[in-house]
Design a protein around this ligand. Structure first.
Ligand code: BES
Ligand code: MN
Ligand code: ZN
Length: 499
């Protein structure tokens, strides 16, 4: 979809459709008011008759409204004016775009971006309208022989801003939103692909494609022999049980000054997590194809940053393999040597994410990073702790944690800080190796983060446990594209202000 920014009155738009809001209870927004005046009270008559109450997300499509130049006017319910916040704004936009996509308009001018949202500027509204619109039209049907046909898809959306002086900032906000949406689309597509398609080598190929599409991006894909040569015994302990060869993917982007230390993103790329010899129960095991959503988010955020030509240095690292049982697979009790030199007793082969991240985090040292953020569907316990709303944010540096939380708030892709206190470390003690890969069930997400912290002593580090937010279950089963918005927003906030 294409997006443009415009400023002007709704009744004067020559467009297939003009979209204006109505608040609950039956209160037209300012732009709906303008349509009402131009049409001699047509909108207020409809409201009076009870056909548009203003309930959040409700829609009513009107044709040939007198006094306006557009073919259609779409009324969208915004809910209670006093409660019109981030979430409400986004769902109103989504409802409007879904309807536009399924009806006749190829193009529309939307005025919801003129409505006040608490704490938010016009640039926020534009950026989020773009992200919400792209989310509303997202479909994953590549694997269906008969994809649902969208007869007249929405091709172009014009976002209205209150003043001409908002146009410039609006344009760049729309570009930001579109880059984030493209990053999310990439992350969703990779996440939704099944394990028999989205293998470690497939992820490597897609990363190489990105390198071809964006010349500013240097992509390196390491294969088995190179991974062995690096001494990644912890990563390879997970990969061993599978017939699919592992891949270690590195993406380097230099948008900032040469001497600026890079931010490094590290993604967990388990393309299928069966649990290995500590095999998972059968119910819902299909969802473990999503166990590479951390990797997908790293690729998505890299894409967004590169598309925007952001003035910052970023490295993306993805450790990709399958976790499978076999005669060659790592067994409970096996002791392996990580790239850091530390030995690990693998008490549970289903705690594999931390094993591959251990070596990927050690590898990150060579970039002399400003900060390292790993992203992983790491623990089921995270879903129990924070549900499907916030991801867990763990860090050895509170300033870094706060920056990520703030980015998440801004991007409506929120995190919540969790402790990584030393008091939790002793659960990892082992009688046979330097430490074990699991502790007791209690505080499982925290002890997992404690395990990772043993590989991040040399830099500022944060860990995002996205187990609860990376995909939806049930009827809407599918990858969400999170936390691409949080990561991208954080990275963009690190850009040095223009001199
Ligand atoms: N990929 C899973 C975590 C997971 C489970 C994410 C369910 C989302 C939904 C991870 O590799 C795993 O299996 N973790 C174990 C750790 C345990 C063995 C200490 C878990 O959470 O049960
Ligand atoms: Mn597992
Ligand atoms: Zn896993």
């Amino acid at each position: 979809m294409e997006f443009t920014i415009k400023s002007g009155s709704p009744e004067k738009q020559r467009s297939a459709c003009v979209v204006v809001g109505v608040f609950d209870n039956r209160k037209p927004s300012l732009s709906a008011e303008l349509i009402d005046r131009a049409s001699n009270g047509y909108v207020s008559e409809i409201i009076r008759r009870g056909d548009m109450e203003g309930k959040l997300g409700s829609t009513l499509l009107l044709h040939n409204v007198r006094g306006t130049l557009a073919d259609r006017v779409l009324l969208v319910g915004l809910g209670k004016e006093r409660e019109f916040r981030d979430k409400e704004f986004r769902s109103a936009v989504k409802a409007a775009v879904k309807l536009l996509n399924e009806t006749g308009s190829y193009e529309a001018v939307i005025y919801l971006t003129e409505e006040k949202v608490k704490r938010r500027e016009v640039t926020w509204r534009v950026e989020h309208a773009v992200v919400a619109a792209m989310d509303a039209v997202y479909r994953f049907e590549d694997l269906k022989t008969q994809p649902t046909e969208v007869r007249r898809p929405l091709r172009k959306l014009t976002l209205s801003v209150p003043q001409r002086s908002d146009l410039m900032a609006g344009e760049s906000a729309a570009a930001r939103g579109l880059a984030i949406a493209h990053g999310m689309d990439l992350a969703k597509n990779l996440g939704n692909l099944p394990g028999n398609v989205c293998t470690p080598s497939y992820l490597g190929l897609r990363a190489l494609d990105m390198g071809k599409e964006f010349p500013g991006l240097k992509v390196t894909v390491l294969e088995m022999s190179e991974i062995e040569a690096l001494g990644m015994g912890s990563f390879l302990a997970v990969a061993r049980g599978s017939d699919e060869p592992p891949r270690f993917i590195v993406l380097e982007y230099q948008g900032g000054p040469k001497r600026q230390k890079p931010r490094v993103l590290v993604g967990k790329g388990i393309t299928f997590d069966s649990g290995g010899i500590s095999l998972k129960p059968g119910a819902d095991m299909d969802q473990m194809k999503f166990d590479m959503c951390g990797a997908a988010a790293v690729l998505g955020a890299m894409r967004a940053v590169v598309e925007l030509k952001a003035g910052i240095n970023v490295v993306g690292i993805v450790a990709a393999c399958e976790n499978m049982p076999s005669g060659r697979a790592t067994k409970p009790g096996d002791v392996v040597k990580s790239m850091s030199g530390q030995t690990i007793e693998v008490l549970n082969t289903d705690a594999e994410g931390r094993l591959i991240l251990a070596d990927a985090l050690t590898y990150a040292e060579r970039f002399d990073p400003e900060a390292v953020v790993d992203v992983a569907t790491l623990t089921g316990a995270m879903v129990i702790a924070l549900g499907h709303v916030a991801c867990g944010v763990f860090s050895n540096n509170d300033t870094l944690a706060r920056a990520l939380l703030a980015a998440g708030d801004d991007a409506h892709d929120r995190g919540w800080q969790m402790p990584v206190w030393d008091d939790y470390q002793e659960g990892l003690n082992s009688n046979f190796a330097d430490f074990a890969n699991i502790a007791s069930r209690a505080g499982g997400s925290i002890t997992a983060a404690c395990f990772l912290s043993r590989f991040t002593r040399k830099f500022d580090w944060a860990h995002l446990d996205i187990a609860g937010v990376a995909w939806n279950e049930g009827k809407e089963k599918g990858a969400t594209g999170r936390p691409v918005p949080m990561l991208t927003t954080w990275l963009l906030a690190q850009e040095a202000p223009a001199a």
